[in-house]
Structure formats: C-alpha cells, structure tokens
Design a protein around this ligand. Structure first.
Ligand SMILES: [Cu+2]
Length: 145
C-alpha cells in the first residue's frame, strides 16, 4: 500500500486497509509532512482512534536525503484516521485512512465535535478536502480527481 505525497495533495487521499497493514508515503516533490490529527501534534483536533498512537513524520524534503523520501506507519487499531501536511494544511493537503471499519471513534465525528477541548480547529479548506468515509469504504482507494 502506498500513498504518494505529490505537490500539495496526497494521492490517493483515502484508502481502506486491514489492521496490521503498513502505509508508505512517497515524496515526489516539494516539502511535506504526514501528521496525525491528534492533540499531541500542536494541539490539533483528535481525529484518530482514541487508543491509537499518533505520528508525525516531520518535514520531508524532496532532495533530503534524496528524491523519493518515504515515511511508513503501521496501523493496528480499527477506525478512521485523519492526517494532514504541516506546510499545506491550509491548502487542503489532508488524507484519510480507514482501518477495517469506521467504528464510532473521533475520526467519524463532525469537525469541531469537542469545543470544550480548545483544540486547534481544522480549517475549512481542509475539512472539505477529506474523501467521505462512505466513498473510501465503497471504493477502497479514493484518488485525487
Ligand atoms: Cu504538503
């Protein structure tokens, strides 16, 4: 399974995988990160399963160490995982992974579902860029149009 970090988008933007699968992102150009929506990442909204470990690739540079830099993460807990690119979140560079079935965890809840937590809100430009969970479940892979 491979997700490609292109210019300012992840392609595919949505994938459905099985518990224990590894997702590998490949950097094609520019500078990007693969960062889980999780309070431990600069107080972003929690949008991965509550018991799942958050991740942050840090900034991957296309030429450092070389074109095609990669980042991998193993997904074990079923549910919906939303993630973003630190430099391009405002440009709508986000992705969504469904492990097994969506369940009813944080990633299935409406954006801003916990106003009392004072988490950093997901910008409107990013909210509208996530492929719908139903489409990911139906197609398995949702490419950028
Ligand atoms: Cu980016």
């Amino acid at each position: 399974m491979q997700t490609v970090a292109g210019k300012t988008y992840f392609d595919p933007a949505g994938v459905r995988i099985a518990p224990g699968d590894t997702v590998r992102w490949v950097q094609l150009a520019g500078f990007h990160s693969i960062t889980a929506y999780h309070p431990s990442n600069d107080n972003h909204e929690l949008r991965i399963p509550a018991s799942a470990k958050p991740w942050d690739s840090g900034i991957l540079l296309a030429d450092d160490p070389q074109p095609g830099a990669t980042f991998e993460h193993i997904f074990t807990v079923p549910g919906v995982y939303d993630y973003f690119c630190r430099p391009h979140e405002m440009a709508g560079m986000v992705g969504r992974i469904v492990v097994s079935t969506p369940g009813d965890g944080p990633g299935t809840k409406p954006f801003g579902y916990a106003p009392g937590e004072s988490w950093k809100p997901v910008p409107e430009s990013a909210r509208t860029a996530f492929p719908p969970i139903s489409e990911i479940m139906r197609k398995g892979i949702v490419r950028v149009p």
